[in-house]
Design a protein around this ligand. Structure first.
Ligand code: MG
Length: 255
């Protein structure tokens, strides 16, 4: 069931998403060669406390049999697609691709966003991967309009990615977001225009392309969380929470 949000609820979600984005920006500025992903997590949990919010991810249960997510933030490096678990033994080096995915709960509503960047200067292909993934997210956002269908969003993301010769991950998708982190509808990064649910005023969608340089397939590590590319190729991930309004798409997580 898709829950439509009132103007007032969207304003709370805007604040939740601003908290997410401000912390992501802050973390990004502090990341340097030699920092551990566990240290990033420690800083994230400190920052979130100052904002009167809670982590949306810590303790999150993805499915029975998998232990709840143990950290405040997901940090995924290089061939890791999403849901990397921070560790004090895992160090970031110059040239690594760093993806930060972060969510909070604020006044009963969720905010959710992600960015990817390369520490230092990446090669041309890595830069292109990151630029294409960001551009695919923007292409999807532009279609999040009243009267469009969900397939317009999905097809725009897929088209932008494949135009540049990269592939979109199928196993993980975006989602509605609101009083729960993952609400209906699922928002795939692939699809067909003019298909799927009709977009209505008050929907809030977390659009989040996950893009691989190589093949689209992923596999799970034994921790039950970390998804990596099956062929070992590099991967990028961007996410914004977007409200569908009469004035067009409003990106709640844009600063
Ligand atoms: Mg999400």
């Amino acid at each position: 069931m898709i829950f439509l949000k009132s103007r007032q609820e969207i304003e709370i979600m805007r604040t939740a998403n601003r908290i997410v984005s401000e912390i992501i920006v802050d973390l990004r500025e502090r990341i340097h060669s030699g920092i551990s992903t566990g240290e990033i997590d420690r800083i994230a949990s400190e920052l979130i406390k100052k904002k009167s919010a809670r982590s949306a991810f810590k303790g999150y249960q993805i499915r029975p049999g998998v232990p709840p997510f143990p950290a405040t933030i997901c940090v995924s490096l290089n061939n890791e697609v999403v849901h990397g678990i921070p560790s004090l033994q895992r160090f970031i080096n110059t040239g690594d691709i760093v993806s930060l995915d972060f969510g909070v709960i604020y006044k009963g509503f969720y905010g959710d966003a992600a960015v990817t960047f390369v520490l230092g200067e990446g090669g041309d292909q890595v830069q292109r991967l990151i630029q294409t993934t960001a551009a695919a997210l923007e292409a999807g956002i532009a279609q999040a309009k009243v009267g469009n269908r969900l397939g317009d969003v999905s097809a725009a993301v897929q088209g932008r990615v494949e135009k540049d010769g990269f592939s979109v991950v199928r196993e993980f998708v975006g989602h509605g977001v609101g009083r729960r982190l993952h609400e209906d509808p699922p928002v795939p990064n692939y699809g067909v225009r003019e298909r799927g649910v009709r977009l209505r005023e008050g929907m809030v969608l977390a659009i989040e392309p996950m893009v691989n340089i190589g093949a689209p397939e992923v596999k799970m590590l034994s921790d039950g969380w970390t998804a990596v590319t099956q062929d070992g190729s590099l991967s990028a991930h961007f996410e914004h929470s977007v409200a569908v309004t009469e004035n067009g798409p409003e990106v709640l997580s844009r600063l």
